[in-house]
Structure formats: structure tokens, C-alpha cells
Design a protein around this ligand. Sequence first.
Ligand SMILES: *Cc1c(COP(=O)(O)O)cnc(C)c1O
Length: 418
Amino acid sequence: MNTPFTPPLRPNTFKGGPDAAGRFGTFGGRYVAETLMPLILEVEAAYSAAKKDPGFDKEWRLLLKDYVGRPSPLWFAERITKHCAALAPRPGDGAKVYFKREDLNHTGAHKINAVLGQILLARRMGKTRIIAETGAGQHGVATATACALFNLPCTVFMGATDVERQQPNVFRMKLLGAEVVPVTSGAATLKDAMNEALRHWVANVEDTYYCIGTVAGPHPYPAMVRDFQSIIGEEVRWQMQEAEGRLPDMLVAAIGGGSNAMGLFFPFLDDPSVEMHGVEAGGHGVDTPEHAASLTGGRPGVLHGNRTSLLQDEHGQILEGHSISAGLDYPGVGPEHSWLHELGRVKYVNATDREALDAFQKCSRLEGIIPALEPAHALAHVLRLAPTLPADKILVMNMCGRGDKDIFTVAGHLGVTI
Ligand SMILES: *Cc1c(COP(=O)(O)O)cnc(C)c1O
């Protein structure tokens, strides 16, 4: 990366970010239209106040317990562990593999954690309408779910291409009472849906809250979504203490926008013994144009109100990301990941479509868990990594979603007609 090295924001801590302007080193910030500024500042002020209010935290945690089903279990994946040990180049090696079961949450993924936090915030702010963007439809479904629960009208912007590709989720959102607006500009995918949602927000400032689905967007969204998702890593800390009496050695998570990864990593950032790997979508390979590895194959630029690493051509035009997994094909990544990448605190690797497909099938057969294609990328990396580590090492992978939504895609790739 050609940006100058930036030291941590507070000495000896990686958890200090962002600064008052919402910057993680040279990344993040708020690059928005003047008309949007008052709104962003209103969200920031409301979130700062909510963070200090024990009543807000209590209400959110009660929802997580009784509606979402938290804490999600920490599962020792014994057959995957044995499978990795059998592949170890040095006999006796093979790390112990645990899954954090975010797939067991209501709506089937981690997204609901941050959606409920944001909907409670919108209510505190007196907002009476919710808008959201969605790519594969997972964030749209989580938002539509929370809006049904709180009787709030919900409009979801979705690229017209994605509306075609993701009919089951479009139908789910409608069942939940949401309006789905197809966006036809650009390539008619997630990036365009996000642009449209931002435009719509400017025109409806009074009554509307924009619920963002990942650690992206202008400040305070990246930090706020991270804070809500940090429940994942906080639970892993005490669950691992109960299971093994110590910290894990390695954390692995898939990276789309990066919210499930930030949620797992953040509570451990200042524990130097804990290594972290983020797994981007390698598509057909990062040496081809067909991938979505924004950190491995991108350059810094500005998109959706923040400065981060982006897939772009030589003129700075944003390129379409490609991945077998619709949840990973966002052409950018949350700005905090760009910063952690520059600092070297987190290592970013990738897994191809083919490797993810293979891991998807192994997980189904070895653990009786059909994973979403997104965490199948993380698992593909675990299957490469765990066999090379000593047997006393403990690895935690974020099983951030269940695979029911992906069975048609997988069947197609395996040449099976359902
Ligand atoms: C949305 C989604 C992702 C990608 O988003 P992140 O912000 O990177 O977590 C990954 N996995 C699942 C199951 C998802 O639904």
C-alpha cells in the first residue's frame, strides 16, 4: 500500500480508533455531501449519548438474549480438528478448531446484532422510518425483521441484478412487511444500492434513519456497527475461558465489508498473543480480474463516505467485485480493516470460489453444519492453516451464517438440479 505508515491512534493500543473525525489513521472519515452532514452529526451525538446510557445497553442485551438467542455457542469442531491433524505435514500437529456459532442467531447470521442496536437508536432519535441497502438480501432481511418487531415502516434498496438473483430473500422481506426498491443505476448491485440509499436519506432527513449493514459508510457507522458486533468477541473471551481456561491463539473470519470479523477481532486487538486472519473472497483467483479481495488487490480511495482500500481501475473507477458468495462481493472493505492491514495487526489472506465450495461440503459432512458460503471462505483458510500449527494451539473461526440461503448456488456449481 502506498500510504505512509500511521502509528496507532493511542500509544500501545489498537482499540483507540477512530479519532474525533472518525479516522483510523488515514482511513475512514466522513466524505459526504454538505446536506448529509447534519444527519451524520445527529447520529453521532445520539449514539454517544446512548453508549453512556445503561438503559440502552440493557434493552439491547435483553433483545439479544430473548429474541436473537444469545449467547451463541462456542463449538469445539472435533471432526474438523481430526481432519486437520490427519493432513498435518509434521505428525502430531494440528490446531484445535472452535466455531463461534453466529449461524444459530435468529435470521441466520450475525447481522441482527447491529441491526437491533441501530433500530433502538433510531427509536431514541424519534425516527419513524427505516431505510437500508442490501446485496444478497441478508441485511435487508435482518432490518425488515427488526422493523416488523418495532412496527416501523422499512424500505430496502437493492440492486435490480440482485433482486433477480436473490428472489427468496426479496420474498422474505416482503413477508416481513418491507418495501423493496430495485436500483437500476450502475451495475445494479450492492454499491449502487448503497449510493441510492444515501441519496434517498438526504431527501428524507426529518423522519428517516439509515441502517447500514457493515462496518462501512461515514463516521460514526464503522465504529458503531463494530461496537455492536463486538458482542461476538466478548462472548468468545469468556466462553474460551470456560472451555480452555485461556485466550485463543488465532482468530479467523471472512471479510465482506468486515463486520463479523471486526466483531470477533476487536475485543482481542490489544492481546498481542492473539493472531488474527481476515479471509477475503479470492473468486477465480486474485491474479485474475474476477475476485473481491479489496485489501489484497485494491488501492485507497473514497466510497460510501469513507476512505478505504477499494477495487478500482487505473482511472479510479470502482470495479465490480466477484465471488461465489453474494455477501462477499462488495468492492470495498471497512476502513478499520484498511488501518489494521497497514499496521500489520491483522493478516489478510484469501480463499477462492473453489476452495470455499470444497470447505462448504467438508463442513456439512464432518460437523453436520451447512455453513453459509461466506464463512466457508474462512473455513477454507482454517483447513490450510490448522494442519501447520502445533496441537496445543487453539483457533476460533467465526461461523457467521448458515447455508440454507446458498444451497441453490452450490447445487448449480455441483451440476445438480434441485
Ligand atoms: C453479510 C454477510 C457477510 C459479509 O458481511 P461482513 O460485514 O463482512 O460480516 C458475511 N457472512 C454472512 C453470513 C453474511 O450474511
